[in-house]
Ligand binder design. Sequence first.
Ligand code: SF4
Length: 180
Amino acid sequence: MEKPKLLVHVCCAPDGLYVIKILQENYYVSGYFYNPNIHPEEEYHLRLQETKKIAEILNFDLIEGEYDLEKWFEMIRGFENEPEKGRRCDICYAIRLNRTAEIAKNENFDIFTTTLTLSPWKKAKKINQIGRMLGKKYKITFLEADFKKKDGFKKSVELSKEFNLYRQNYCGCIYSRRKG
Ligand code: SF4
C-alpha cells in the first residue's frame, strides 16, 4: 500500500532533520519552508540553506514559501511586547500553519503537520489546537504530535551535531532576538 502524502512545515534544519526522519517511516514526506517571522533576512537565508541540506540528506522534496516579512509584521501588530509563548507566538504559529494547510490542500497532500512542537519553548497544545482548526477549514487532516516527547529534543540536538548543522540561539523574530 502506498504511504500517505504528508506536507511538513519545517521551521529549521535541526528540527526538520529529526522530525522528518521519523515521519518518513510511515509517510511520503515533503517539506515546506515558510517562516516569514525570521529576522534579519541573512538569518532567514541561512536557515533556508541549512534546510536544503537536510532535504538532500533525507532525500525529500522541499517547497520554498514566500518571505513575506511585511505581512507577518502586519499580522502581529499590537502584540510586539508579548513574552515568548504569549499571544504573538500563537499568531505566528497560525500564520505559518495556515499557509501550510493551504498549500497541502492545493497540492493534493493527504495530511499536513509541523516541526514546531519539537521545541521545548513552544506550546504543543496550542499548535495542535490551531492545526485541528485549520484542518477543518481546509478539509485536510492535521497530524497532531508533540515531537519533543520521548527525548525528541535531546535526540534532535545530537543528530544535528552529527550532521554539523547550524543551530540558532533565538526563536526567529526580532523580538526573540533581542532576548536571545
Ligand atoms: S518568539 Fe518565535 S514563535 Fe514567537 S513570534 Fe517570535 S518567532 Fe514566532
